[in-house]
Design a protein around this ligand. Structure first.
Ligand code: BF8
Ligand code: SF4
Length: 638
């Protein structure tokens, strides 16, 4: 496997990295280089640390661990532990949002209210919660209580799959016993099964990994998205800007980094408070800018139009501008290095979650009971810090973008009517104007050039009339390159896709939000299937997914629930399975027979895009869809 080694495809990041290196300020790229070549047992998944007799390493001479576990068992056990960690991260996030809704309707959460009654009512109807003659708080309280129950339910099955997915898919899940009893139930069972001396059948382990992951996509993440929309407002298409250039030299800059919208929404509100603005002015600043990094950025972008400072590998670069007065973090994807890094500048790093403290950082405990007061306190810290800035270098570059697409609003646009319908999308696919839909999602990783795989893959898909939907740091990558503007269709899309984008004024790449909002993609696939003409199972749809710069366990969990949902998913760099041929073959080939989806570990983004397009063609053929209207640049060999 050869992976690219240049730092970034983003010229802004590359320029900043040259500056940090010149002043001997270390970043993740430098620490990556310093780590050198990684241990092949670790990379291949054949180092077992499950019990205290190990660690055991698998070699030709030692084909089994001390207890007799073979490489497939060892790699599968560790892999599904990673799945469980990813599911836990997304689900804990979802859990907290549902709890905030409950606290808010009980008057126990300061500053929160129900921003989208429409969304709440439609969810209540879907979940069979009575709405007639009841007040909105009463409905919300029941919705939140039922939602919370999904996490720790001990019997039956979680409810979203049967509520939303096509019947044939649900039946297959039931046949394979893939529907979680409860979100947490499966995480607990994963930890039990992978304990020393329990499950030693790699297929049985992976099937449970899929079941656990279903509790993320169709449980915790779906609740995070839906209840987030109720509490903070359902997104609408919104214009904003992205990259380090959104930081302002003459304003107080607060960068919110992490994942949960509960605090960041309040910080955005506090930054607009006249009292805080007056204070900023008194300290010599012309205003207060709140920008985001990672998925917090996507949350406040989608709902507030707040600017995006960057994706995962921008976190240290933002501080290196010398213009970040406070970097406020909650949970996930926060490099502990930030604290030491910030000491080279004037930035205050403030942690806010009891679950995520970093030694050396200032800690202000977030509490929803006093959310607004805490947000004001944090904004106040940034204002105080503004006059302490040293040398400031903000690259003069930012890019316009349009974000804020959801299942409910995107296809209203596509239809050109005021009624939300997936008919126009399905028709475009059926008649051969669109070849299919691809989700490109996930992170940045220092193991691949920042943003490069996202961009190369998306360009190839667009040129072949594939509509692209994105979330997470992948979406930020394409936003920085200008692909999230309606005008991008003219330069990058094939003729069929371009006609659609131009007719309805949407970009060829649709930003659907943060990583928990991958659940919007699942919901959209259900709508496509329900609309008709594209088969009766999710796996019949000419769609595919990819995380071409995957970095963390959440990405593995997402890949697992997408495969369980019938999708062909490219994941690179590969999960730690390549040390077992048996396990690799199961995940990349045999699993398709069971669930309709499978993984590919192709590292080359263009090749990976072509594999996906070939898969769409296979599905189109099975559905007997019309040939493509326009000549396609990529034609599979067969
Ligand atoms: O949850 S894409 S680097 S920020 S994990 Fe992290 Fe990956 Fe970014 Fe969002 Ni998602
Ligand atoms: Fe070794 Fe088995 Fe213990 Fe793993 S569980 S460390 S293979 S003895």
């Amino acid at each position: 496997m050869t992976l690219e080694t240049t730092d970034s495809a983003d010229p802004v990041a590359q320029a900043m990295l040259e500056k940090t290196r010149a002043s001997k300020v270390e970043t993740a790229h430098d620490r990556h280089a310093a780590q050198g070549k990684r241990c092949p047992f670790g990379e291949g998944g054949t180092c077992c640390r499950i019990c205290e007799m190990g660690p055991c390493r698998i070699t030709n001479k030692n084909p089994r661990g001390i207890c007799g576990a073979d490489p497939a068992t060892i790699a599968a056990r560790h892999l599904i532990r990673q799945v469980a960690a990813g599911v836990a991260a997304h689900s804990d996030h979802g859990h907290d949002i549902v709890k905030t809704l409950l606290a808010s309707v009980r008057g126990e959460a300061q500053g929160y209210s129900i921003k989208s009654e429409e969304r709440l009512l439609s969810l209540a109807r879907e979940w069979g919660i009575a709405t007639e003659g009841r007040g909105i708080n009463e409905i919300a309280e029941e919705m939140a209580t039922v939602g919370l129950g999904q996490f720790n339910q001990q019997e039956g099955e979680i409810r979203y799959p049967a509520l939303r997915a096509p019947r044939a898919t649900v039946e297959n899940w039931r046949k394979l016993d893939l529907l979680p009893v409860g979100v947490e139930h499966e995480i607990v069972e994963t930890l039990h099964r992978t304990h020393e001396g329990v499950d030693a059948d790699y297929i049985n382990l992976i099937m449970h990994g899929l079941r656990t992951a279903m509790g993320d996509g169709w449980g915790g993440s779906m609740l995070a998205t839906d209840i987030g929309d109720v509490l903070f407002g359902a997104p609408k298409p919104v214009r904003s800007q992205v990259n380090l250039g959104v930081l302002k030299k003459d304003e107080v800059n607060i960068v919110v980094h992490g994942h949960e919208p509960t605090l960041s929404e309040m910080v955005v509100a506090a930054s607009r408070d006249p009292e805080m603005l007056k204070l900023a002015e008194k300290n010599g600043a012309r205003g207060i800018t709140v920008g985001g990094i990672c998925c917090t950025a996507n949350e406040i972008l989608m709902r507030q139009g707040a600017p995006v400072v960057g994706n995962f590998l921008h976190q240290e670069l933002a501080i290196a501008t010398g213009a970040v007065d406070v970097m406020l973090v909650d949970v996930q994807c926060i490099m502990p290095a930030l604290v030491e890094h910030a000491e080279r500048f004037h930035t205050r790093v403030i942690t806010t979650s009891k679950k995520a403290r970093i030694s050396g950082a200032e800690h202000i405990q977030f509490d929803e009971k006093e959310a607004y007061d805490i947000a004001k306190q944090i904004v106040g810290r940034a204002i105080d810090n503004y006059p302490r800035r040293g040398v400031v270098y903000i690259p003069d570059r930012k890019t316009d973008l349009v974000a804020g697409f959801t299942v409910a609003n995107t296809f209203r646009h596509l239809g050109g009517t005021y009624r939300s319908s997936f008919r126009p999308l399905n028709d475009a696919i059926i008649t051969g104007r669109l070849r299919g839909v691809a989700a490109v999602i996930g992170c940045n990783t220092v193991k691949k050039t920042q943003d490069n795989s996202h961009l190369k893959m998306v360009h190839e898909l667009l040129a072949n009339d594939v509509l692209v939907v994105m979330t997470g740091c992948a979406a930020t990558a394409c936003a920085k390159a200008g692909l999230l503007q309606p005008e991008a269709a003219a330069g990058h899309a094939g003729k069929g896709l371009r006609e659609i984008c131009e007719a309805v004024g949407i970009p060829p790449v649709l930003h659907l939000g943060s990583c928990v909002d991958n659940s919007r993609i699942l919901a959209a696939l259900c709508e496509m299937s329900r609309e008709g003409g594209l088969g009766d199972k999710l796996s019949d749809l000419p769609v595919a997914g990819a995380a071409p710069e995957a970095m963390c366990e959440k990405a593995i969990a997402i890949a697992f629930y997408c495969v369980a949902s019938g999708a062909f998913v490219n994941y690179s760099p590969a999960m730690r399975v390549l040390g077992s041929d048996q396990l690799t073959r199961f995940l990349t080939e045999d699993i398709e027979e069971l669930v309709g989806g499978k993984l590919s570990v192709e590292d080359d983004p263009v090749e990976a895009a072509r594999l996906r397009i070939g898969h769409m063609d296979k599905k189109r053929k099975a559905l007997k869809l019309k040939p493509m209207i326009y000549e396609q640049p990529f034609k599979p060999a067969d």
